[in-house]
Design a protein around this ligand. Structure first.
Ligand SMILES: [Zn+2]
Length: 122
C-alpha cells in the first residue's frame, strides 16, 4: 500500500510516504505494480478494492493470488494493475483535473470494499 513510514535521525525526524510491498513489507523502488480489484454490480455504481502494491515477480504473483481469494472472480471481481511509474503519471494528472467539471464524460460513483483479511502475506 501507499504508507507513511517514520524516519528518525539527522537532520530531523520525518514522515515519508512510500510504496510498501504487500507481500514482503519492503519498500518498492523503481519497478513495481499497483494492483486492485474492480466489479460493476450494476451500471450505476462501481466497486473497487483498496490499492495494493507489490514488487514485480514473486511478490506480484502472491498479491494477485491473495486478491483473487478475497475478491473472487465468481463474485464478479476482476483484477487490474498499473506499473508504479504509470500510476504516478495518472495520479499527478488527476490531481489537477476536476472530475466534476469534465465536459467530455461523467465519472461513475464508486465505493471501496475493504478486504476481510490482511493483505500481509507470510
Ligand atoms: Zn515484495
Amino acid at each position: 500500500m501507499i504508507e507513511i513510514v517514520a524516519r528518525n535521525g539527522s537532520p530531523e525526524a520525518m514522515l515519508c510516504p512510500a510504496f510498501i510491498c504487500d507481500a514482503c513489507r519492503k519498500q518498492v523502488m523503481e519497478a513495481g505494480n499497483v494492483i486492485y480489484a474492480v466489479r460493476y454490480p450494476d451500471q450505476s455504481e462501481r466497486e473497487t478494492s483498496p490499492l495494493f502494491v507489490a514488487h514485480k515477480g514473486a511478490c506480484d504473483m502472491a498479491v494477485q493470488q491473495w486478491l483473487a481469494a478475497n475478491y473472487p472472480v465468481a463474485d464478479g471481481w476482476s483484477d487490474l494493475w498499473d506499473e508504479i511509474d504509470d500510476f504516478l503519471a495518472y495520479l499527478g494528472g488527476n490531481f489537477k483535473r476536476s472530475f466534476a467539471e469534465d465536459a467530455d464524460g461523467q465519472y461513475v460513483p464508486h465505493v471501496v470494499v475493504m478486504p476481510a483479511t490482511s493483505p500481509k502475506l507470510p
